[in-house]
Design a protein around this ligand. Structure first.
Ligand code: CO
Length: 162
């Protein structure tokens, strides 16, 4: 495994639509392993392949560092509810913003062997992470969706301390 460099928002690679994965080979396994290591070292909860300069429909998500979702060619097949929460991005360091997302999503994808997998988000935060990473595969950054002027319910001071 090797840590890869995370591109920042100035890099236009982040704005391209990523390509469907058709080869479930050692190269894909290596990409997934590297992405997981890169995500953990950057203390992120998700990472999409375009963020490491690879325009393939591959993303990894792990909220707790234990359960790791490896998503190849992921598609949202079901969504419900809405939530507005603060999110950030490893490609946009030091910033965050409020984005409206579904509260629950079900994602259909393939694993590194090409077998079909499904992830249903019981945790609303997982729904945010899944939507955020899937957006990356279409060249969309959360900043495209930020709700300007949204006032958080919690006092700002308390939120900063979290
Ligand atoms: Co991101």
């Amino acid at each position: 495994m090797a840590k890869r460099q995370i591109l920042t928002q100035e890099d236009e690679t982040l704005r391209y639509k990523a390509k469907t994965v058709t080869e479930f080979d050692g190269k894909l396994a290596c990409l997934l392993d590297d992405m997981i290591q890169t995500m953990f070292e950057a203390k992120g909860v998700g990472l999409a392949a375009p963020q490491v300069g690879v325009l393939k429909r591959v993303a990894v998500v792990s909220l707790d560092g234990e359960t790791i979702y490896e998503l190849v060619n992921p598609v949202i097949i079901k969504q419900s509810g809405t939530q507005i929460e603060q999110e950030g991005c490893l490609s946009i360091p030091g910033q965050s913003g409020y984005v409206q997302r579904p509260k629950k999503v079900t994602v259909s994808a393939q694993n590194r062997q090409g077998k079909p997998v499904q992830v249903s988000s019981r945790d609303p935060y997982l729904a945010i992470a899944l939507c955020h990473e899937l957006d990356h595969l279409d060249g969309v950054l959360y900043t495209d969706k930020v709700i300007h002027g949204y006032q958080p319910k919690k006092p700002a001071a308390k939120r900063d301390a979290e």
